[in-house]
Design a protein around this ligand. Structure first.
Ligand code: COA
Length: 147
């Protein structure tokens, strides 16, 4: 039996997103986890995994839980922790009246794709032809300052 801390981050509780420090997110996030673990309420525990999520809305389907990141420590994978986190996320989604949970998975990440599909996930890229786009800051600035 693994003893550890299951951390779920509702994004609106993470102050770092409200500042313009997204480039440093990885370091800041790590620091945040470390300081949590160093606090007396977590003495003797270690982090076993985390999920970062927030709520968003789609005009066709309503409120969604968006799973931004989901991770179980390497050496502990395959022991049911990911399933527990996923179950907990499902309970949050249902309780908060979301109509679905959305997330991105890289094509090469076959083990995770299988993990999600075994739990009922459908692939919106192959089934509905959705593609992910981004506009980098350079172009955002260009558009923002165009006459
Ligand atoms: C995806 C991930 C969160 C799952 O966590 P986990 O704790 O391994 O999940 P579980 O132990 O509950 O289940 C893993 C499944 O793979 C199988 N498995 C067996 N050995 C495994 C191993 N060494 N590693 C991973 N999965 C293993 C389990 O039997 C289980 O099968 P099931 O889907 O039929 O239940 C974890 O593998 C991970 O952190 N991956 C790297 C980060 C990542 O890719 N995250 C997803 C981004 S979209």
């Amino acid at each position: 039996m693994v003893s550890g801390v299951l951390i779920l981050f509702p994004i609106n509780c993470i102050w770092i997103w409200q500042n313009d420090v997204i480039r440093q997110l990885h370091d800041v996030f790590y620091f945040y986890l470390q300081s949590m673990l160093n606090s007396s309420s977590f003495t003797g525990y270690t982090i076993v995994g985390f999920a970062m999520y927030y709520f968003t809305y789609d005009p066709w389907i309503g409120k969604l839980l968006y799973l931004e990141d989901f991770f179980v420590m390497d050496e502990l994978r395959g022991s049911g922790i990911g399933s527990e986190i996923f179950k907990h996320l499902s309970q949050i989604a249902v309780k908060c009246r979301c109509s679905s949970m959305h997330f991105l998975v890289a094509e090469w990440n076959e083990p995770s794709i299988k993990f999600y599909k075994r739990r009922g996930a459908s692939d919106l890229s192959t089934e509905e032809g959705w593609r992910l786009f981004k506009i980098d800051k350079e172009y955002l600035c260009k558009m923002a300052t165009e006459e």
